[in-house]
Design a protein around this ligand. Structure first.
Ligand SMILES: *[C@@H]1O[C@H](CO)[C@@H](O)[C@H](O)[C@H]1NC(C)=O
Ligand SMILES: *[C@@H]1O[C@H](CO)[C@@H](O)[C@H](O)[C@H]1NC(C)=O
Ligand SMILES: *[C@@H]1O[C@H](CO)[C@@H](O)[C@H](O)[C@H]1NC(C)=O
Ligand SMILES: *[C@@H]1O[C@H](CO)[C@@H](O)[C@H](O)[C@H]1NC(C)=O
Length: 324
C-alpha cells in the first residue's frame, strides 16, 4: 500500500516536473519568439522607413483636381468618361511619393483620396472647393452659349461640354493657388491629370517625380505632341480644328514661373473668349505661343518642350520624370 502510494506520488511529481518543464520551455520559447518578432518588426519598419524616405521627393509638389461632371461622351465613337473611371485612375496617387495637393468639388472624391493617401497624410492636402470660386468656371455661361451655336465645330467633349473646357482651364487656377500658398514650401510645383498614369493602375508600385533633365528653370516643361505642328498657325485654326502642340496632362515649373504661366493662361483664355474662340487648355496654350498669339499675349514665361522620339507620346515627360 505504502510502496504503491510512494510510486503514485513519484508519478505525480515526475508528471508535475515534466509539465512545468514543458510549460517553462513554452514560456521561454514564447518570450524569445516575441522578442525576435519585435526586433524583426522594428528592423522591417526601419527598413521600410528608410526606403520610403529614400524614395520621397520633397522638392516637387504635385497638384491635381477633380470636378464631378458625371458621365460625358469622350468622342464620336460612343465611348464615355465616367465617374468610376476617374476614381479608378486616381488610385495611382496612392503610390505617388511626392507631396500632393488635391482640389475637388466632390465630397466622395475627397473621401476617396483620404483613403488612398492613408499613411501619407503629412504629404497630402485636400481642398473641397466650389467650382464657382474659380475664374475658369466664371466663364461657363459664355462658353456654353458659344458651344451651343450651330456653327461652332463639335469636338467631343472639348467644344461640346462647357464644364469640361472650364475644368481644363481651372488646372491653372488651382496650380497657382497651391504655389501662391506655398503648399509644402517646395521649389517646384506641377500639374498632373488624375488620369495621367492610367496605364499604371494595376502596377501598384511606388514612384516619384524628379525634376526633368536639362530643365531650364525660367521655363515651363511640357510634352510636345506633334513634332510637325508649328507656330505659324492662326489661333482661329487652332481653336476650331482642335489642334494640339503640347499635352496638358503635366505642367512643370518653378514656383514663380508656374504662377506667372497660370496667369498667362487666364489672360489667353479671356482674350480669345472675347473673340468667340475657346477650347481646352491645350488649344489655349498652342494659341498663346502661335506667332499671332505671341504678338498680343506677349508671354513672359516660355515653354520647354520635351520631344519624344515619336508623336502622340502623351505621357513622355511624366515617364521620364519618374524613371529614376
Ligand atoms: C536587425 O538589424 C540588425 C542591424 O541591421 C541586425 O544585426 C539584426 O540581426 C537584425 N535582427 C533581426 C531579428 O532581423
Ligand atoms: C531636393 O533638393 C535638395 C536641395 O537642392 C537636394 O539636395 C536633394 O537631392 C533633392 N532631392 C531630390 C529627391 O531630388
Ligand atoms: C512625414 O512622416 C514621416 C514618417 O512619420 C516623417 O519621416 C516625415 O518627416 C514626415 N514629413 C513631413 C513633411 O512632415
Ligand atoms: C461674338 O459672338 C457674339 C454673340 O453671337 C457677337 O455679338 C459678337 O459680335 C461676337 N464677337 C466677335 C469678336 O466676333
Amino acid at each position: 500500500m505504502i510502496a504503491n502510494r510512494r510510486k503514485c506520488l513519484r508519478g505525480v511529481i515526475i508528471g508535475f516536473v515534466f509539465a512545468s518543464t514543458v510549460w517553462m520551455i513554452a514560456l521561454m520559447k514564447k518570450s524569445y519568439g516575441s522578442r525576435y518578432f519585435e526586433t524583426r518588426m522594428r528592423n522591417t519598419s526601419e527598413k521600410f522607413h528608410v526606403e520610403t524616405m529614400e524614395t520621397w521627393n520633397p522638392n516637387i509638389t504635385v497638384i491635381t483636381a477633380y470636378f464631378d461632371l458625371g458621365t460625358f461622351p469622350k468622342g464620336n465613337l460612343g465611348t464615355h468618361y465616367t465617374r468610376d473611371m476617374y476614381f479608378n485612375w486616381a488610385t495611382t496617387f496612392k503610390f505617388l511619393r511626392n507631396p500632393i495637393v488635391v482640389y475637388t468639388d466632390s465630397e466622395t472624391f475627397k473621401q476617396h483620396m483620404y483613403t488612398l493617401r492613408q499613411g501619407l497624410m503629412n504629404m497630402t492636402k485636400i481642398f473641397l472647393i466650389k467650382r464657382s470660386t474659380s475664374w475658369a468656371f466664371k466663364n461657363i455661361d459664355k462658353i456654353r452659349a458659344l458651344f451651343s451655336s450651330y456653327n461652332y465645330p463639335k469636338h467631343y467633349p472639348n467644344t461640346v461640354i462647357a464644364e469640361y473646357a472650364c475644368a481644363q482651364h481651372a488646372k491653372y487656377d488651382v496650380v497657382a493657388r497651391a504655389a501662391e500658398q506655398e503648399c509644402f514650401g517646395t521649389k517646384y510645383y506641377m500639374w498632373l491629370d488624375i488620369g495621367y498614369f492610367r496605364d499604371r493602375v494595376n502596377k501598384k508600385r511606388s514612384f516619384r517625380f524628379l525634376e526633368p533633365e536639362d530643365f531650364d528653370e525660367n521655363r515651363i516643361a511640357m510634352t510636345r505632341i506633334y513634332s510637325d505642328h508649328h507656330l505659324n498657325v492662326t489661333p482661329k485654326t487652332i481653336f476650331l480644328n482642335n489642334l494640339v502642340y503640347v499635352g496638358g496632362g503635366l505642367v512643370f515649373g518653378k514656383k514663380q514661373q508656374i504662377v506667372k504661366f497660370a496667369s498667362q493662361v487666364k489672360q489667353t483664355v479671356n482674350y480669345f473668349l472675347e473673340q468667340n474662340l475657346t477650347n481646352t487648355d491645350q488649344q489655349v496654350i498652342y494659341a498663346m505661343f502661335s506667332k499671332e498669339g505671341q504678338k498680343v499675349i506677349k508671354p513672359e514665361v516660355k515653354l520647354q518642350c520635351y520631344k519624344p522620339p515619336t508623336d502622340q507620346n502623351w505621357f513622355y515627360l511624366g515617364n521620364k520624370m519618374t524613371s529614376k
